[in-house]
Design a protein around this ligand. Structure first.
Ligand code: G3H
Ligand code: 13P
Ligand code: ZN
Length: 330
């Protein structure tokens, strides 16, 4: 990212917004803003159409891997295109472009300078003091450009770009006030039992999915009054798509995620941003596998990426309408 020369631009010139007002409204009205990851055109189109059709604010989220995959020069143009498409669709929804799991100051700065309106600096794998130092450095730079910053305390299990962990460590509520006041972050990602990817819990047949630690969330809410909290690793790992993938030649054994009722409860709390990537991947993969199985003669990418995009639009509308509560809030 930092090795490629991107044209300096402000997100404001693209018509994007930072997350400040989005989170203020979400906190006041008791819902969560969806943060959907994208890596390609069809995912971006689906997020835009799904959120326009459900009148939802949206955070377009890109990991460092996604930025490399798309190309850092191409990416801001996709955001420009997304805003133009929204205008054409005739419903103006607030859109933020957010760096997901930024690992270094240099990556965060490169994103800010190329048109991102929000960045995450994920120092959660560092010792506390180093996390504070790194996060504060990003905040100090980001705020000169009116870009909002998400920090993280506590470690989620699972694999992300450059940061991975076998086990999770819950956020320590006693650290949150000091972290927020020392760093100046605008929102805080916490660890209360979610994890990244499609295998969130190792459970035996007949066993229940362990509930999220709402007690820890409650303690954090009590210490950081009205402060926006972020939930990563929040895919439900929708069983219909897991079953479809397995039915059409895939192999996803024991894939399980966060039940929707727990996400509904979180969305009504100080959790203002819910991150969803895996469910979108599953919806697209399941649909593509079905097309390939049922229509082996197909080789035009539009004939399988198009239905995959439609499935993602439907999934996003359902999440916004009946899980996050963001539908109608744009
Ligand atoms: O939390 C990580 C996101 O799902 C992004 O995943 O690093 O494979 O793009 P990625
Ligand atoms: P999932 O893997 O549960 O979709 O989480 C995505 C995420 O947290 C992106 O930062
Ligand atoms: Zn994440």
């Amino acid at each position: 990212m930092n090795e490629t020369k991107t044209q300096p631009r402000s997100y404001k010139d693209i018509g994007l917004v930072n997350t400040r007002e989005m989170f203020r409204k979400a906190m006041e009205e008791g819902y969560a803003v969806p943060a959907y990851n994208f890596n390609n055109l069809e995912q971006l189109q689906a997020i835009i159409i799904g959120c326009v059709e459900s009148r939802s604010p949206v955070i377009l989220q890109c990991s460092e891997g996604a930025i490399k995959y798309i190309h850092p020069v191409m990416l801001p143009h996709m955001a420009v295109g997304a805003k133009a498409m929204i205008k054409e669709l005739g419903v103006d929804i607030p859109v933020a472009l957010h760096l997901d799991h930024g690992a270094t100051f240099e990556i965060a700065k490169a994103c800010i300078d190329s048109g991102f309106s929000s960045v995450m600096i994920d120092g959660s794998h560092h010792p506390y003091a180093a996390n504070v130092q790194l996060t504060k450095r990003v905040v100090d730079y980001a705020h000169t450009k009116d870009v909002t910053v998400e920090g993280e305390l506590g470690v989620l299990a699972g694999i992300e770009d450059d940061v991975s962990s076998e086990v999770s460590h819950y956020t320590k509520p006693e650290e949150v006030e000091d972290f927020v006041s020392q760093t100046g972050v605008d929102s805080l990602a916490i660890s209360i039992g979610t994890s990244h990817g499609a295998y969130k819990f190792k459970i035996k047949p007949g066993e229940e999915i362990p509930p999220l630690r709402f007690d820890i969330l409650g303690e954090i809410e009590g210490r950081l009054l009205n402060f926006p909290i972020v939930l990563h690793g929040a895919s439900t790992v929708l069983p219909e798509y897991v079953e479809m993938i397995n039915m059409f030649g895939g192999k996803l054994d024991n894939a399980v995620g966060i039940p929707e009722d727990q996400l509904r409860r979180a969305a009504k709390s100080a959790v203002c941003k819910i991150n969803i990537d895996s469910d979108g991947r599953l919806a697209m993969t399941a649909t593509i596998r079905r097309v390939f199985a049922e229509k082996p003669e197909v080789f035009d990418p539009r004939k399988y990426l198009g239905p995959a995009r439609d499935a993602l639009i439907a999934m996003i509308k359902t999440k916004n309408e009946s899980v996050l509560g963001s539908a109608g809030k744009a």
